[in-house]
Design a protein around this ligand. Structure first.
Ligand code: SF4
Ligand code: SF4
Length: 199
């Protein structure tokens, strides 16, 4: 992808499809959670109104270390099982921050929204850039408008990699805590820990 990036055209027409798709989780990193809290002036408890926990049905805990290493954003342990943390959605799939076709959290939207339709994956000291299959199939902005600003996309990639690395450090620490007390694994404690986690 990076070889042809200079030819890649994209212009978001604000159709809102990617913000309304039930099957897409808008994953959050500690940086996203901290930015949301600052923007909304929200406590961890307040954030529970906009942050959701998407349970992973079958999670083999004996393979946790491998999963944490291999998955871009591995699930986190909660008192109800392992879960992905993401923005809440309405029943029809609309993001909690979508009003009509407008994102009311645009300036503080999570990194995954900022970098759409691009996906980044670690490669040596840098990152590979690709377009995910959801975007290729469903986003009408692909191929529209002017060629993308390559420098800007690469910068986005760097920021994304930094956030992913922060998330992975968090997941390793959080999931590795040695406690059998369910009160230590609640969504509230998880959010408090994310808010306090170092950049
Ligand atoms: S699906 Fe594509 S064009 Fe529509 S809002 Fe999302 S990024 Fe923009
Ligand atoms: S935060 Fe904004 S850009 Fe991201 S999914 Fe929600 S409405 Fe869309």
């Amino acid at each position: 992808m990076s070889r042809n990036l200079a030819d890649f055209k994209f212009k978001c027409n604000r159709c809102g499809f990617c913000c309304s798709y039930l099957g897409l989780i808008v994953n959050l990193t500690p940086r996203d959670v901290q930015l949301l809290a600052r923007t909304l002036k929200a406590s961890a408890r307040d954030l529970l109104k906009v942050v959701g926990f998407y349970q992973v049905k079958a999670f083999d805990e004996s393979k946790r270390a491998l999963i944490e290493e291999r998955m871009v954003l591995p699930p986190l342990k909660t008192n109800k099982g392992f879960a992905y943390i993401g923005l809440l959605k309405h029943e029809d799939g609309r993001c909690v921050f979508l009003q009509g076709k407008k994102c009311v959290m645009y300036r503080a939207r999570p990194r995954i929204c900022q970098s759409f339709p691009f996906s980044f994956q670690e490669k040596g000291a840098g990152a590979t850039i690709s377009i995910g299959s959801f975007a290729t199939t469903n986003c009408p902005g692909i191929g529209e408008g002017k060629p993308v600003n390559v420098a800007k996309v690469k910068l986005q990639g760097k920021s994304t990699m930094r956030d992913i690395s922060q998330y992975k450090r968090f997941a390793k620490w959080w999931n590795g805590r040695d406690s059998k007390d369910p009160r230590h694994w609640t969504p509230l404690i998880l959010l408090k820990s994310m808010l306090a986690f170092e950049p």
